[in-house]
Write a protein that binds this ligand. Structure first.
Ligand SMILES: [Zn+2]
Length: 167
């Protein structure tokens, strides 16, 4: 079982929590789907994903930016995930910060890019995710076609791709 370390930089409490939740939820999904890779939010040996925020990414976006360097068989050596400093959502009373579920989905999407899915497909890896305002920040979600995220949900093509890379 390969372990990929997720190194969280100075990304603030909201992103730190969201990234840790994304790691936990992706690990549960990978386990359930038989993808032989584990993300670890501690330690530094081996392949790694470094996460930082980038003020050049607009807060209205629901995307980060990931660059990855891969070795044999498309396995990750190191990647950098950049996230917007903050993510906003429109409400009838004005703009506020998007809730934790939205941040978790954005982080998880970029982690799956780092693990090897370059092209967009559907579910978590949809090209376009639409923000859905909740009654409170905790209720905010993202829509990928007919799929509402969270919970994190991987298309079968993503599962097959990750299996082909990680076993
Ligand atoms: Zn993407």
């Amino acid at each position: 079982m390969a372990t990929v370390h997720v190194n969280l930089g100075e990304i603030g409490p909201h992103w730190t929590k969201a990234c840790k939740k994304a790691v936990a939820d992706l690990n549960a999904l990978f386990h359930r789907k038989g993808v032989a890779v584990v993300l670890s939010a501690s330690g530094a040996e081996g392949p790694s994903i470094t996460v930082r925020t980038d003020s050049g990414i607009l807060g209205t976006a629901v995307h980060g930016k990931t660059t990855a360097e891969t070795g044999d068989g498309g396995r990750l050596l190191r990647a950098e995930v950049r996230l917007p400093v903050k993510v906003v959502i429109n409400t009838p009373d004005g703009v506020r910060q998007a809730g934790p579920g939205v941040l978790k989905v954005i982080a998880a999407h970029e982690f799956v890019h780092a693990l090897g899915q370059v092209e967009h497909s559907s579910h978590l890896m949809a090209q376009t995710l639409y923000k859905q305002l909740g009654n409170s920040p905790a209720g905010d979600t993202l829509k990928a076609g007919a799929v509402t995220l969270p919970p994190l949900s991987l298309a079968s093509d993503t599962v097959e791709l990750l299996k082909s890379i990680w076993g």
